[in-house]
Write a protein that binds this ligand. Structure first.
Ligand SMILES: C[S@@+](CC[C@H](N)C(=O)[O-])C[C@H]1O[C@@H](n2cnc3c(N)ncnc32)[C@H](O)[C@@H]1O
Length: 251
């Protein structure tokens, strides 16, 4: 007998609904196999593009859906950040989405958290998901973009997961983060590799940075950097330390 938790049931139901919508196209008519394949391919590309837009600025029901899927796919990326964030720190999440990662960190540490995101709906959703921490003063969220961080605090850690693809200006974002970090503070940027993103139609319009493009930009802004691969080289994170002795971080 298979026993499913309510979370598994929810995941399975969601997947079945998506497959049914994709198969019927909202019409009850028979198409030739050839037409059906063509239609599916067209669907795949169009849906990919629409999903890609949603990942960059999630809104409405589709935004809730893509962030829900994202949370299930990105476990190893979240774990990379979990392993780097300790207790007693001031931490900023750039582009927190539905607030899933913030909730994990709030549960696992006693640090104080701040977050910015450009999506109104995500600010609302993440606030709702973490309302007891907002009420208790351990979490402050704001609608803002990385180039203009609206907090005065000096942060010990700033992290950002799967957001650099959408920033208007990588260098401006990095400089702004640099100005908000304390000396010795750490910036963690987590991304999929360009090679991996090139395979996804949803990522067609993303800004896909090569690893060295990110580390070069960080070092130019005054960070020492270390590059760590995860998920068998399909994703990675750069750990950048403000005003660390030149170039790479030494062990
Ligand atoms: C792919 S989602 C990642 C969400 C979350 N970090 C996660 O991994 O679960 C990208 C998020 O970055 C936000 N975003 C995009 N551009 C941004 C910017 N310039 N400044 C701040 N947030 C941004 C989007 O609104 C969205 O919530």
């Amino acid at each position: 007998m298979i026993i499913m938790s309510s979370a598994h049931c929810r995941d399975a139901t969601m997947m079945i609904v998506i497959v049914l919508i994709m198969m019927t196209d909202g019409r009850a008519e028979w198409l030739s196999v050839h037409d059906r394949i063509k239609q599916c391919l067209r669907y795949h590309v169009n849906m990919g593009r629409r999903l890609g837009k949603q990942f960059g600025n999630p809104s409405g029901i589709a935004g809730r859906f893509v962030t829900f899927i994202m949370n299930r796919m990105n476990g190893p990326l979240y774990n990379a950040v979990l392993n780097e964030v300790g207790n007693g720190l001031d931490v900023l999440d750039i582009g927190f989405g539905n607030g899933y990662m913030l909730k994990k960190l709030l549960k696992n540490t006693d640090s104080k958290f701040f977050g910015i995101d450009i999506s109104d709906d995500m600010v609302r959703l993440a606030g709702k998901k973490n309302k007891k921490y907002v009420a208790g003063g351990r979490l402050t969220l704001a609608k803002a973009s990385v180039e203009e961080i609206p907090f005065e605090n000096g942060f010990d850690v700033v992290y950002t997961i799967n957001t650099t693809y959408f920033w208007n200006d990588l260098n401006a974002g990095i400089e702004e983060i640099h100005s908000k970090l304390r000396d010795g503070g750490v910036l963690i940027i987590v991304c999929y590799t360009k090679q991996m993103l090139d395979r996804l139609s949803s990522a067609e319009n993303y800004k896909k940075y090569l690893e060295h493009e990110l580390t070069d930009a960080l070092e130019k802004a005054g960070f020492g950097t270390e590059l760590i691969y995860i998920t068998h080289g399909r994703s990675f994170y750069v750990k950048a330390v403000k005003n660390a002795s030149l170039g790479k971080i030494l062990d």
